[in-house]
Design a protein around this ligand. Structure first.
Ligand code: C2E
Ligand code: CA
Ligand code: CA
Length: 777
């Protein structure tokens, strides 16, 4: 082909390309087609640069096999053309090292020309033309032709590529429009002065204004006044290019004045200095999240408040009280002042709770809290430590005596009756005081010592008492015991052992005495002497007795359900006999365990009635009306008059063991026992002897006409399971003594402590063989 012919073909091609505004694909195919024709080659392809890759977009002739192939530019022959910016002629393709031979063998070309295509100075692709012919190889002429053609092609390809990119942009913009209009998030564009250029429907709704209304505004006008300055400075930074974007949580102001929490995200749009500054913004309504966050914070604060305050009175609780003391101690140390920890326990609060109900009790506590608050200085702390126990922290005292007027004010505040359910209740409390630094230098110690002083006040029946180290050193153990016992009762650490009572006549076990022990968590099983007296001095005896009764009745019920019918007796204390509520509580327990009242015996000592004989009598009458059996325990040790005893609704006299134990040797004791048995007979009362330790005593008591016996000779107190085994082993419970011997009893006394320990554990001492059953007579 002559060069004129070629030139005219090029011009024709240019025209054709110009006419085909069919887009990039068609233009590229046309280019490949014409290039092949003009050079008389066997195939051609147009590749576009896509990043590091070369993408074959149009093919003709033998290049058809690689349509749409992609390969790295680096491993392609095109690299050499691209690097030099010149068309490359490869005349001996099979032997040219620049050629990718895998690709070549697929196409089967012997020679080729690779022409870079430009947009401006940038290579955007290549045109490859190839020939299979070994004789008619592509040559320098063809290269020059294609070089000429490449100008035309470059322009066409880049125009088409640009057009395609714009179409892509239009499509993207269309997609953006859909997003913009349909987004649930507010989107807007603003200019350099923050004026709203465009706003989407979500933003209109969020701000309660139409886009037209918004477009009158600067967006900063939509930000709540309090946040405006901060937002403005961010916008300034953005618009003058100090930052590319920003995020800000801020409150926006709706047109109706309401505020909305939002998250603003702004991105600067304008890339060059020529264009006017503008920014794209997203505005997310985060009110819900803010509300949730706020709620969380509030809840956390509330939790903290609750952890440190008593819910009933709103006063600080023990934890906060201690914290305040520690704080006050530090201050007092700096200022060389004193402080006082004052504990107050309401007297007879339980009565209010029991007779008027817990709601009334709660009301009373709340009102006491208010009264106390009014009685002290603002700088003092009032706390409720639990139950009916209040505490005061009085700071800034010069002398320990300075507490006195403050305590007087507290007492005065409680003097006026408090009205609950329109009843005027007189409130009194026992008050204990411990002073820093005299009585202790730490919160816990001061509280503990104020507690000691408070018990002292209660015991001595005085309104208040100061901690006194000398007189309280010995009491400390006792007082620790009180608080331990209180806790022990809460945790049900009491255990009952049972000692059988035997009818002397036929040896049948008809009932048992319940004897309490305390399974102390660190000190082991404690016997009643170690804690009952302490309980009797405090109000703890009330709950203790109720727990013992509850457990004894439960146990008797469980034996009965198992076919073993046993009466059970329980020991009462003086306080129970003064407690008018007690009969009602007992009736409740009998009902609870569905127990016939005559199956329950109550043992009361003479001395327990002495404190208030009239009241004791009336409570005993109430108890007797319930149908339970009443015994006078430890008979002979007290000083009650016979005439008084005669008035009591008694069923039984229990001769004290101190007389029984020695009646074999002490004539006086034997006389007392004998007289008591006679007395019982005369009064129509059963007589039971406790402390029967030997066969001899047993026999003696039988001869004297005593009805029932109880004592180590028969059995030591046993755990509930052991007792059941003991009774079961005895069949129907008939009994006769054979095994007891004086020698053994002597030994046992010598082993007293050990035996006591074993008894507490509910075990039989090894030396004691059980009295065997009497053969049926
Ligand atoms: P108590 O009512 O006189 O109980 C009988 C005590 O005598 C028991 O001691 C028992 O183990 C012991 N004993 C039984 N047989 C013999 C014997 O043959 N020889 C000797 N030397 N002692 C014998 P325990 O269990 O140590 O109880 C001591 C006291 O504690 C009881 O004397 C009673 O006053 C009181 N107590 C026990 N349980 C309770 C209770 O639940 N409530 C109250 N308020 N007091 C209780
Ligand atoms: Ca008893
Ligand atoms: Ca007794």
């Amino acid at each position: 082909m002559s060069s004129e012919q070629r030139l005219s073909l090029i011009v024709e091609t240019q025209r054709e390309i110009a006419a085909a505004n069919d887009g990039l694909e068609a233009v590229m195919t046309l280019i490949a087609d014409r290039s092949q024709a003009i050079t008389g080659a066997d195939g051609a392809m147009v590749n576009l640069v896509e990043g590091d890759m070369l993408h074959t977009r149009a093919v003709t002739g033998i290049a058809g096999v690689v349509k749409d192939a992609q390969r790295p530019i680096a491993s392609s022959v095109a690299r050499h053309a691209i690097d030099s910016g010149q068309p490359l002629l490869v005349e001996d393709a099979p032997n040219d090292p620049r050629i990718n031979q895998d690709l070549r063998s697929m196409i089967g070309d012997q020679s080729l020309i690779c022409v870079p295509l430009f947009q401006g100075t940038e290579v955007i692709g290549t045109l490859n033309v190839m020939s299979r012919s070994r004789q008619d190889r592509l040559d320098e002429d063809d290269r020059q032709t294609l070089e000429m053609l490449s100008m035309v092609l470059s322009a066409a390809v880049s125009r088409a590529a640009e057009f395609e990119a714009r179409r892509g942009q239009a499509r993207a913009f269309g997609r953006f429009r859909t997003l913009f209009d349909g987004a649930s998030i507010g989107i807007l564009r603003i200019d350099g002065e923050c004026r709203v250029l465009e706003a989407n429907p979500a933003l209109e709704e969020m701000l309660g204004a139409t886009a037209a209304e918004l477009e009158q505004l600067s967006f900063t006008d939509c930000i709540a006044p309090a946040h405006r300055r901060q937002a403005q400075s961010r916008f300034d930074d953005l618009m003058c290019g100090r930052r590319e974007s920003f995020q800000l949580e801020t409150r926006c102001q709706r047109r109706d004045g309401n505020l909305v929490w939002t998250l603003l995200r702004a991105v600067r749009e304008s890339a060059s200095d020529q264009e006017p500054a503008s920014a794209m913004m997203m505005v997310e309504n985060i009110s819900e999240r803010k509300r949730a966050e706020h709620e969380l914070v509030r809840q956390a604060e509330l939790n903290e408040y609750q952890a440190l305050h008593d819910p009933l009175t709103g006063l600080p609780n023990r934890v906060l009280f201690k914290e305040r003391i520690e704080h006050a101690i530090a201050q007092a140390e700096r200022n060389l002042t004193r402080l006082a920890v004052v504990l107050m326990d309401l007297d007879r609060f339980k009565e209010v709770n029991d007779s008027l109900g817990h709601a009334a009790g709660d009301q009373l506590l709340a009102k006491v809290g208010v009264r106390l608050r009014g009685a002290v200085r603002a700088s003092d702390t009032i706390a409720r430590l639990g139950g009916d126990e209040f505490a005061l922290l009085l700071c800034d005292l010069a002398e320990p005596e300075d507490v006195a007027p403050l305590i007087e004010r507290v007492r005065a505040a409680l003097e006026r009756p408090i009205h609950i359910q329109s009843l005027p209740l007189a409130v009194e409390g026992s008050i204990g005081v411990a002073v820093f630094p005299e009585h202790g230098d730490a919160a816990e110690l001061l509280i503990q010592r104020a507690d000691v002083a408070m018990y002292e006040a209660k015991r001595d029946n005085t309104s208040h008492s100061y901690y006194d180290a000398t007189s309280h050193e010995t009491d400390l153990g006792r007082l620790t015991l009180v608080s331990e016992l209180r806790r022990g009762l809460d945790r049900h650490e009491l255990v009952l052992h049972y000692q059988p009572k035997l009818a002397l006549e036929d040896g049948v076990v008809r009932s048992v005495e319940a004897l309490v022990r305390w399974a102390h968590p660190t000190r082991g099983l404690l016997c009643p002497d170690e804690f009952v007296p302490v309980a009797q001095e405090t109000s703890l005896i009330g709950p203790l007795t109720l727990q013992v009764l509850d457990e004894a009745l439960r146990q008797a019920r469980s034996w009965r359900d198992g076919g073993v019918e046993l009466g059970v007796s329980v020991n009462l204390s003086m306080r129970n006999l003064l407690d008018r509520e007690f009969p009602r509580q007992l009736a409740g327990l009998l009902a609870r365990w569905e127990t016939r009242p005559e199956m329950l015996g109550l043992e009361v000592t003479e001395s327990s009635m002495l404190a208030n004989p009239a009241r004791a009598k009336s409570v005993l009458c109430e108890l007797s009306k319930l149908g339970v059996r009443l015994s006078i325990d430890d008979f002979g040790t007290g000083y009650s008059s016979l005439s008084y005893l005669r008035e009591l609704p008694l069923d039984e006299i229990k001769i004290d063991r101190s007389f029984v134990i020695n009646m074999g040797t002490e004539v006086n004791d034997a006389a007392i026992v004998s007289a008591t048995i006679d007395l019982g007979r005369n009064l129509g009362l059963d007589v039971i002897a406790e402390g029967v330790e030997s066969r001899a005593i047993w026999d003696q008591l039988r001869l004297l006409g005593c009805k029932v016996a109880q004592g180590y000779y028969i059995s030591r107190p046993l755990g509930s399971r052991e007792l059941l085994e003991w009774v079961t082993r005895r069949g129907t419970g008939t009994f006769v003594s054979v095994a007891a011997s004086a020698a053994r009893n002597g030994r046992r006394r010598a082993e007293g402590t050990k035996a006591k320990k074993m008894e507490l554990a509910g075990l039989e001492p090894a030396t004691s063989s059980l009295p065997a059953r009497r053969s049926p007579s």
